[in-house]
Every structure is written in structure tokens, then in C-alpha cells.
Design a protein. Structure first.
Length: 245
């Protein structure tokens, strides 16, 4: 069966690295973005030039209709989605008492609602085929929590619960669901912390002595998709030893 992957939030960072790795591993990929059309198109052209099959599609994953329209296009142009990588997410550091209702609702709509919409959009064909794989991208903060990251951590913790529960529900239908929980990965999202803080984290907190690379998370996703055929309902923590045990 043709391998087709939808990677949400894949114009940059972990999502872009995952889209590229999957494409080079033989997947036809859909690169989803909300604002960075330039980056998404550049990645799409790069992959096509390398002989890969790729399309770009703008959609806010918080918009259910937009997500279903995106999946319908993928099915028409590439084929049924066999792998969903629900990666799209937003973050912002705020004290809990400074979180206004609009931000609380938006971060849940994107980080958790996006996973909900995307999974429901691809599941009908997966259920029909009795086959498929879903990987939710969470975070170490989803398991351990983080000061000034309460809203973000809450959404990422919810993704872990969703992944484990959906895995149990879908296993009899031949569909596997797992979660990747990255640590501090050197992407645009963490640059707000500042280089000095990031360097300090790498040297003083991460046992491996460095930040993670987006390609390393992409490889974890590829492993769960293509190699871990007897693995479902698991959380693969990729954090350089940040949290052990």
C-alpha cells in the first residue's frame, strides 16, 4: 500500500525535519502550514527536486472544516493517509495568573483541538483499510510540567492521554497510536529563551550536554511509523536524559 503522510505544522522546525525524513523514506507527504507559505513551498520544491512526492496545504488545524478539506485534497492527489503526525503547536511563556481566556482557548484549540480534528479526518480511511499509524508530538513538559508553561504543559499532557486512550481503542482495528515527547530541541520555538539560557540548559541540565536536533525527533517518528510494528500506546521521550526514570 502506498505510504502517505500528513505532518501538521511542517513548514519549519520538527515538522519540517519530519516531513523531509519521511519523504526521503518513501512517503508521499503533505506539508501543512498556517502562515509560512514561503518556507512550506521551499521545502516542497526541495523534496520534489529530489524525486519525492510532496504537496503543500495551508490550514489552521484549529479549524475543523479546513482540516477535513485538507485531508480530502490529500486523498485526491496522493491517496489515503497512512500516517498522521500531529505536530502543529503553539507556545508562549506566561505566569498562570496572566493567562487570559482568549490565549487559553487558542492554545487548546491548536495543540489539542488540532490533534482531535486531524485524527478524526484521517480515521475513516484507516478504519476501512484496517491499518494506519498516528503519532502525536507532545513534550517533556506534558509529563513533568513546567513553571510559566502551564497552558502549554496542560495541552501536551492531554495529548499523552489522548494518545494512550486512542491506542487502546484502535488497536483491534490494526491502527497504532504513539506519542513522541521531545525535550529542549534547538528550533525557532525555543529561541525566545535566549542563547545564554539555552547554552546553560545544555551544559548544566541535559546529561548529554547539548540540545536536541529536529532531525533526531524526526527519526523517532520514522521509527514509530516504520519499525515499531508491535508498539502502540507508548510515549517515546527524546530529551537527552533531561528526565530519567
Amino acid at each position: 500500500m502506498k505510504k502517505v503522510a500528513l505532518i501538521t505544522g511542517s513548514s519549519r522546525g520538527i515538522g519540517a525535519a519530519t516531513a523531509e525524513m519521511l519523504a526521503r523514506a518513501g512517503y508521499a507527504v503533505c506539508i501543512n502550514y498556517i502562515e509560512r507559505e514561503d518556507a512550506a513551498q521551499a521545502l516542497c520544491e526541495k523534496l520534489r527536486a529530489a524525486g519525492c512526492e510532496a504537496i503543500c496545504h495551508q490550514a489552521d488545524v484549529a479549524d475543523r472544516e479546513a482540516v477535513f478539506q485538507m485531508v480530502a485534497r490529500i486523498e485526491r492527489e496522493l491517496g489515503p493517509v497512512t500516517l498522521l503526525v500531529s505536530n502543529a503547536g503553539i507556545a508562549e511563556q506566561r505566569l498562570f495568573q496572566d493567562i487570559d481566556p482568549a490565549w487559553w482557548e487558542r492554545i487548546f484549540a491548536v495543540n489539542l483541538g488540532g490533534a482531535y480534528h486531524s485524527a478524526q479526518a484521517v480515521l475513516p480511511r484507516m478504519l476501512h483499510e484496517h491499518s494506519g499509524c498516528i503519532v502525536f508530538v507532545s513534550s517533556i513538559w506534558g509529563s513533568h510540567g513546567a513553571s510559566c508553561e502551564t497552558a502549554y504543559a496542560a495541552t501536551k499532557h492531554a495529548l499523552i492521554g489522548l494518545g494512550r486512550s486512542l491506542a487502546a481503542e484502535l488497536a483491534p482495528s490494526g491502527i497504532r497510536v504513539n506519542v513522541v515527547a521531545p525535550g529542549v530541541i534547538d528550533t525557532d520555538m525555543v529561541q525566545v529563551l535566549g542563547r545564554e539560557t539555552l547554552d546553560s540548559l545544555a551544559k548544566e541540565v541535559v546529561p548529554m550536554g547539548r540540545l536536541g536536533r529536529a532531525e533526531e525527533i524526526a527519526r523517532a517518528v520514522l521509527y514509530l511509523a516504520d519499525e515499531a510494528s508491535y508498539t502502540t500506546g507508548q510515549v517515546l521521550q527524546c530529551d537527552g536524559g533531561f528526565f530519567i526514570g
